[in-house]
Design a protein around this ligand. Structure first.
Ligand code: SF4
Length: 283
């Protein structure tokens, strides 16, 4: 079994000192190690943004793709080789703005991908414009008078898309994030983690970590039925605290199993060799 550091490349992250994304990088390596995953069996697909650079820092197969198209590419990878552990990752701009149209479809298909969004509530790479999750009233480089568009409630959104695993994490608590990533990867089907991953450069310096930590409430999955949807909605909608942990989970056949059943029903062959494919074109 590889130790956590073996899942890191030699590239030095170009993130700002104190960026929350360092915690996510550390958590991924620890989770992969704890699960005993072979590096060559993991693929991480990312979009564009500060957080999407993570594909270059993990010593697994990586695809730093185009803006907002993380999920379609990850879906293609998983369908082509269902034996791989496929991770999709990116930031709140990549996921919830340009890429938002892909989320409901990945969720309703229940494809076995883990999607971790590093949500810093700002566009960091392009120097601090408001994002779809920026809280009302904050000053950003695009909102000098304060933001005036209401932020998305992404947890509620994913619940409404019938995602079968919905969780929230905080990159300032790596140990807890490791546990959540392990649960998400083990989940059969689409697993979503909104990871609050602060941007100290454009969101108030290191104080932002303290402010978030003061509002966290850890959810105890043993104390409640995580498949209770109404309760999950209430947790997702709360303004009293920031919920951390698994908010909702249910067991539904994953997409790959559905496709396999369809294949069997159709009588199609399971695997077709290249020569056989070519022979259909050559008389
Ligand atoms: Fe991290 Fe913000 Fe710096 Fe980007 S701009 S690397 S999100 S701290």
């Amino acid at each position: 079994m590889a130790v956590a550091t073996e899942y890191k490349t030699n590239l030095k992250p170009v993130w700002c000192p104190g960026c929350g994304d360092f915690g996510v990088l550390a958590a991924f390596t620890q989770a992969f190690s704890a699960l005993g995953l072979r590096k060559e069996n993991i693929v991480i697909v990312t979009g564009i943004g500060c957080s999407s650079r993570i594909a270059g820092y993990l010593n697994v197969y990586g695809f730093n793709s185009i803006h907002g198209r993380t999920l379609p590419i990850a879906t293609g990878v998983k369908i082509a080789n269902p034996h791989l552990t496929v991770i999709a990752a990116g930031g709140d701009g990549d996921a919830y703005s340009i890429g938002i149209g892909h989320i409901p479809h990945a969720a309703r298909r229940n494809i076995d991908i883990t999607y971790l969004v590093m949500d810093n509530e700002i566009y960091g790479l392009t120097k601090g414009q408001q994002s779809p999750t920026s809280p009302l009233g904050i000053y950003s480089s695009s909102t000098p008078l304060g933001t005036y568009e209401r932020p998305l409630n992404t947890l509620e959104m994913l619940l409404s898309f019938n995602a079968t695993f919905v969780a929230q994490a905080f990159s300032g608590d790596t140990k807890h994030l490791v546990e959540l990533i392990i649960k998400a990867i083990k989940h059969k089907g689409f697993s979503f983690i909104n990871c609050i991953s602060p941007c100290p450069t454009y969101r108030g310096g290191m104080q932002i970590f303290k402010d978030i930590r003061a509002k966290l409430r850890y959810l105890d999955e043993e104390e409640r039925d995580v498949s209770e949807k109404e309760l999950a909605y209430r947790i997702a909608r709360t303004k009293d605290y920031i919920p951390i942990g698994v908010i909702y989970q249910e067991e539904v056949d994953e997409y790959e199993r559905v496709l396999e059943a369809l294949r069997e029903k159709s009588g199609a062959k399971k695997e077709i060799g290249l020569e056989e494919v070519l022979s259909t074109f050559i008389a």
